[in-house]
Design a protein around this ligand. Structure first.
Ligand code: ADP
Ligand SMILES: O=P(O)(O)O[C@H]1O[C@H](CO)[C@@H](O[C@H]2O[C@H](CO)[C@@H](O)[C@H](O)[C@H]2O)[C@H](O)[C@H]1O
Length: 503
C-alpha cells in the first residue's frame, strides 16, 4: 500500500509493534499468531519532540496480509497520562530515540490533522482532503471517543468526529463513499462529511487511493440507539404484571402491554424504520438499482451456506439449527423473480444509529468488518438491512438476561417471555414504519427477510465467538427462537403506542 520514507527499517520498532498490536481492541487478527510484520509506509508528520509518524503496517498471518494504520508519537519523556499508551522505548536505530506511543491519545498531536485537512496538505503519500464548499476549524484538539467501536474515532470539541480506519481496505472506504454521496444529496439521516485523509496508490498498485480517515459532523446531544433500546427493555423488565385471579398465578404480559410501560420504544422504532426507508431511497438515487437475476440469488444463497458451514465447524452449538437455517436459504435460491439490488448499509444494528433532536441518523456504512471489501460494496437487497435491525431488537431484548449470570431459573423464564414481547413489538413497529415510508414491505417478503435474519445470526455467532465469547448465548438463543418462528414479524401487528392487537 503506497510508498514512503522514515524508520521503515528499524527492527526494534517492528518488534515492539508486533508485541503491542495483538493487545489492541481494533486488531482483527487476535485468533492467530503474527507470522511477519513490516512497516509498509512511514510518513513523518512532525519533527522534533514530540515527533509524529504515520505508519501503515503490513501484518502477515496464515498466508494473508492485512494492513493496519497507526499514528506513532515519539517523546523523549513520556508524561504520566500517556504511559498506558506506550508501545516501547526506541534506542535510536533509525535516528529516532525516545518513547514510542499511540498518538491518538495525545491531544497535542491530533490538532495538526484538522489543519492539514483544512489546508488540503499533501505529505509524502498522504493526501488530506476537505469536502468542497466546507470550511474546517483548526482550533480544536481531538480525544478518542469512548464509544465501543472497531476503529478509533477522535472527537474534536463538539464540532467533528474523525474516524481513523484501523484495518485498511483497498480503495475508497465505503463509509466515505456512501456518506459523501448522501451528504451531497442533502440526506438528513447521515452526519455531514467535512473532510478525509487518503493514501495515494503505491507504485504499480494503480487505481484508487486508500481511505485512511473520515471527518464528519459530531452529533452533539445525540443518543445511541442501543442505549435507548436497553433503557426501554430495563423499564419493561421492571414492570409488575397485572394481578391475576386471587388463587392463580399473575397474568402474563403481552407484547402490547410493552406499549403501556414507561419508556416504550415502539414509536422510535417506527420512526427509525421510516428513516431507514428514506436512506435506502437516497442510496438508490445516488448509486442506482439493478435487477438481480436468478443466478445472483443462487450465488447469494451459496454464500450464506458457505458462511454457515464455516461457522458450524468452529461453533458446535450452531449445528442443531443448521438444517432449519439451510432450508431458509434454499427459499432464496429458489425465488424465481428478479429482485432490485442496490447499495445498502450492510451491517445495520442499533449501535449504528443515533437519535438526534431532528430524528434518526445512520452511521458506519462500512459493511460487516469480517467480509471481503468487494463484498461490502456490492449491491444487496434493502431488506438485508431491515433484517439486521430486526436482529438488533432481539439482541437488545435478550442482552440483559444473558449478561446477568445470577438469575433464578423461574425469573430467567419470565424475563425470556418479556424479552420476546419487547422484541416482537419493536420489530413490528420498525417494519410498519419502513413500509409506510415506501420501503419494500417486510411482511410481503417474509421468506427473504427470514433468510437474511438467519444469515445475520450466523455471522453474529462467529463475531461473538471470536470477539466477545460471553455474548455468544445472545445470538444462539435468538437463533433457537427464530428457527421456531415462521414470519419476520411473528403474529403481532404494530398499530401505534397503546393499541392492543394480538392477531
Ligand atoms: N458523527 C458522530 N457523532 C457522534 N457520535 C458518533 C458519530 N459517529 C459515530 N458515533 C458514535 O461512535 C460509535 C462508533 O461509530 P462507528 O462509526 O460505528 O465506528 P466503528 O466503525 O469503528 O465501529 C457509534 O456507535 C456512535 O455511538
Ligand atoms: O459496529 P461494528 O461495525 O463494529 O459491528 C460489529 O460489532 C457489533 C457489536 O459492536 C456487532 O453487532 C452485534 O451486537 C450489537 C450489540 O452490541 C447488536 O445490536 C447487533 O444487532 C449485533 O449484530 C456487529 O454484528 C459486528 O459486525
Amino acid at each position: 500500500m503506497g510508498g514512503g520514507a522514515g524508520h521503515g527499517g528499524d527492527p526494534s520498532l517492528v518488534r515492539l509493534l508486533a508485541g503491542w498490536l495483538p493487545r489492541q481492541r481494533w486488531f482483527g487478527g487476535k485468533d492467530a499468531p503474527i507470522d511477519d510484520l513490516a512497516i509498509g509506509t512511514a510518513t513523518e508528520l512532525r519533527t522534533g519532540d514530540p515527533g509524529l509518524h504515520h505508519l501503515v503496517l503490513d501484518v502477515r498471518q496464515g498466508g494473508a496480509t492485512e494492513h493496519y494504520q497507526v499514528l506513532l508519537g515519539v517523546r523523549r519523556d513520556l508524561p504520566e497520562r500517556l504511559r498506558p499508551h506506550e508501545i516501547g522505548l526506541l534506542a535510536g536505530a533509525a535516528g529516532i530515540a525516545g518513547h514510542a506511543y499511540d498518538a491518538v491519545h495525545d491531544p497535542e498531536q491530533t490538532r495538526p490533522l484538522l489543519a492539514h485537512m483544512a489546508g488540503e496538505s499533501v505529505i509524502g503519500p498522504l493526501r488530506f482532503r476537505r469536502t468542497p464548499g466546507t470550511g474546517i476549524r483548526t482550533d480544536l484538539d481531538g480525544a478518542p471517543s469512548t464509544a465501543e467501536q472497531s476503529n478509533t474515532s477522535l472527537v474534536f470539541g463538539d464540532a467533528y468526529m474523525c474516524k481513523l480506519f484501523r484495518k485498511l481496505t483497498p480503495g475508497v472506504n465505503p463509509d466515505l463513499e456512501v456518506n459523501l454521496a448522501l451528504t451531497r444529496a442533502g440526506c438528513e439521516h447521515v452526519p455531514a462529511v467535512h473532510g478525509w485523509i487518503e493514501l495515494a496508490p503505491g507504485d504499480g498498485a494503480g487505481g484508487e487511493p486508500v481511505t485512511l480517515a473520515l471527518l464528519s459532523e459530531f452529533l452533539r446531544s445525540a443518543a445511541d440507539g442501543w442505549q435507548l433500546a436497553l433503557t426501554s427493555v430495563r423499564d419493561w423488565f421492571a414492570r409488575q404484571p397485572p394481578p391475576g385471579p386471587p388463587s392463580g398465578p399473575p397474568a402474563a404480559l403481552t407484547p402490547d402491554d410493552a406499549g403501556a410501560a414507561g419508556g416504550d420504544f415502539a414509536a422510535e422504532a417506527e420512526r427509525l424504520g421510516a428513516a431507514t426507508a428514506q436512506v435506502h431511497r437516497d442510496l438508490a438515487d445516488a448509486f442506482g438499482v439493478t435487477a438481480a437475476p436468478a443466478e445472483r440469488l443462487r450465488a447469494l444463497a451459496a454464500g450464506m451456506n458457505e458462511q454457515l458451514d464455516a461457522v458450524a465447524e468452529d461453533v458446535p452449538q450452531l449445528r442443531p439449527h443448521a438444517a432449519a437455517v439451510r432450508a431458509a436459504f434454499a427459499e432464496v435460491a429458489a425465488a424465481g423473480a428478479e429482485l432490485p439490488f442496490q447499495r445498502v448499509h450492510g451491517d445495520f444494528h442499533l449501535g449504528q444509529v443515533m437519535r438526534t433532536d431532528h430524528g434518526w441518523v445512520l452511521l458506519d456504512f462500512e459493511g460487516e468488518p469480517a467480509r471481503a471489501p468487494a463484498e461490502r460494496r456490492a449491491p444487496g437487497h434493502p431488506l438485508r438491512d431491515v433484517a439486521g435491525m430486526l436482529r438488533s431488537f432481539e439482541y437488545a431484548a435478550r442482552f440483559l438476561i444473558a449478561s446477568d449470570g445470577n438469575l433464578a431459573p423461574g425469573t430467567a423464564d419470565m424475563l425470556e417471555l418479556r424479552a420476546q414481547a419487547w422484541a416482537e413489538r419493536n420489530r413490528a413497529a420498525f417494519c410498519a414504519g419502513y413500509a409506510a415510508a415506501g420501503g419494500p414491505d417486510p411482511a410481503a417478503h417474509a421468506a427473504l427477510v427470514r433468510a437474511f435474519e438467519f444469515d445475520k445470526a450466523v455471522y453474529e455467532i462467529r463475531y461473538e465467538a471470536r470477539n466477545r465469547p460471553s455474548w455468544l448465548p445472545v445470538p444462539l438463543r435468538s437463533l433457537e427462537h427464530l428457527a421456531g418462528r415462521h414470519g419476520p414479524i411473528s403474529k403481532v401487528r404494530f398499530r401505534g403506542p397503546g393499541h392492543r392487537s394480538m392477531e
